[in-house]
Design a protein around this ligand. Structure first.
Ligand code: HAM
Length: 431
């Protein structure tokens, strides 16, 4: 029996949880970038790019009691003692930029979008990386109108639709406001305190520090217990109830499929009122149904980072998860074929062939070659594997006569044409 060759361990590999985006995947990334730009333009969002590195305090203030801020930030050792981190998310930096650039002076609200890498020190697993990309849509300023929550949802939904992702569902909840949420949290804590012995160790910690996350535990015994817990939707104040109702009415108006999920809480601390996440309605076999994206209203975030109150809402989508879903619906993509393949025979032909290739490329023709191989047969084989439409055969005789043979790779017909007319003849055949 043939022994399986052991894979050699390389001295250097990409850092844990971070990936190279290889050429075969670039098709999907290009599609994502194109769709983001298109949807942003349609919905009236302008592009903003903030630095990948920000002050640690920006995030610490915006999400003290969250895993993302408490446990998952990548700190940088910077000269001068600045406390800097690789950004774990894009929303707090956008709020910072809004005030730093005086955007409050422009007509409100301001609609901004971004696409870039985020960093979280997580345990890597399916759909969860330490470097991941997010496309985000944020609406800042103006009044805290429910219509903007609906717009933020629609922009992200539109992005996924543009990428032909089907069976999407939006789960929505409200986390209330400074008036009604503390009353609800008290009730929730009362419920869980009475059942402290029945919940997992993590949830006992959550009970004291971040009680809303009790609703998010996936452990079986905690899931069971959750069904009896008080629901925030029953405890919302009038204003928050009305706000949620209006968001849903806007979504109903455009027939967007959503489901109310009274247990939905978010991994970041800065939300009030509307929160939502996007899921695929059809579950893939053996794969956890993780959120493609999420977001919500964050009217208090600006105050948390030390500036004045700013009504704001937004959403973001994870590109890796988006691409996973795209591959589910379109698992393979035809690569762009070479249009012509230059085959050289002899040293002189190689030298002149190089110039010919450049001429064709400057005329916008996808021209390939394999200068490392010399025999006609092996070059033709490569031309065939690259699915080239035409092969250009260039040997000693052709160099001497200033001509070249054009061979149709499908039919096998070939014709000798003057070199001078090559570009024109190739274009004619490709048309
Ligand atoms: P988030 O839910 O933490 O929200 O992240 C948004 C999306 O980024 C997730 O739904 C997921 O698709 C993707 N994502 C997050 N972490 C990872 C990871 N470790 N690996 C792969 N993908 C990941 C935010 O970050 C908020 N800033 C969203 C927002 C915008 N809220 C208001 N405006």
């Amino acid at each position: 029996m043939a022994k399986k060759k052991k894979k050699e361990k390389l001295l250097f590999q990409s850092p844990k949880g971070m990936r190279d985006i290889m050429p075969n995947d670039q098709f999907y990334w290009d599609k994502v970038r194109g769709a983001i730009n298109k949807v942003a333009e349609i919905y009236g969002f302008s592009r903003i790019d903030t630095p990948i590195v920000e002050s640690a305090e920006l995030f610490e203030r915006s999400g003290k009691a969250t895993d993302i801020v408490e446990k998952q930030m990548f700190f940088l050792k910077a000269k001068g003692g600045d406390r800097l981190v690789l950004r774990p998310e894009g929303t707090a930096p956008i709020v910072r930029a809004y005030f730093e650039h005086g955007l409050a002076k422009a007509p409100q609200p301001i609609k901004l979008f971004y696409f870039g890498p985020m960093f979280r020190y997580e345990q890597p697993q399916a759909g969860r990386f330490r470097q991941h990309y997010q496309a985000g849509f944020e609406i800042l300023g103006g009044d805290a109108n429910p219509v903007y929550d609906a717009e933020a949802i629609l922009a992200s939904y539109g992005l996924m639709e543009e990428l032909k992702i089907k069976n999407l569902v939006v789960k929505i909840n409200s986390l209330g406001c400074r008036q009604c949420r503390p009353l609800y949290v008290k009730k929730l804590q009362e419920y869980y305190r009475k059942r402290k012995n029945l919940i997992c160790k993590d949830c006992r910690y959550r009970l004291a520090i971040r009680p809303l996350r009790l609703l998010d535990c996936k452990k079986e015994k905690c899931v069971e217990l959750k069904s009896g817990a008080p629901l925030i939707v029953d405890k919302l104040c009038r204003d928050c109830r009305e706000h949620l109702k209006e968001v849903l009415e806007y979504l109903d108006g455009v027939s967007l499929p959503y489901s109310l999920d009274p247990y939905l809480v978010r991994g970041l601390d800065y939300y009030n009122k509307t929160v939502f996440e996007f899921f695929l309605a059809t579950e893939e076999e053996n794969k956890p149904n993780i959120a493609l994206g999420g977001g919500g209203r964050y009217d208090y975030l600006s105050e948390m980072i030390g500036v004045k109150r700013l009504a704001a809402t937004g959403s973001s989508i994870g590109a890796e998860r988006l691409i996973e879903a795209m591959k589910f619906y379109k698992p393979t993509v035809a690569k762009k074929e070479a249009e012509v393949f230059l085959i050289h025979i002899g040293k002189e032909a190689k030298k002149k062939g190089f110039v010919i290739l450049e001429q064709l490329r400057r005329a916008g023709i996808r021209a390939m070659e394999i200068f490392g191989k010399e025999s006609l047969r092996s070059q033709l084989r490569v031309a065939d594997s690259k699915k080239s439409r035409l092969a250009l055969i260039f040997g000693q005789k052709e160099v001497f006569e200033e001509s070249i043979i054009i061979r149709d790779m499908e039919g096998g017909a070939q014709e000798t044409v003057p070199l001078k007319k090559l570009t024109e003849e190739v274009k004619k055949r490709l048309r």
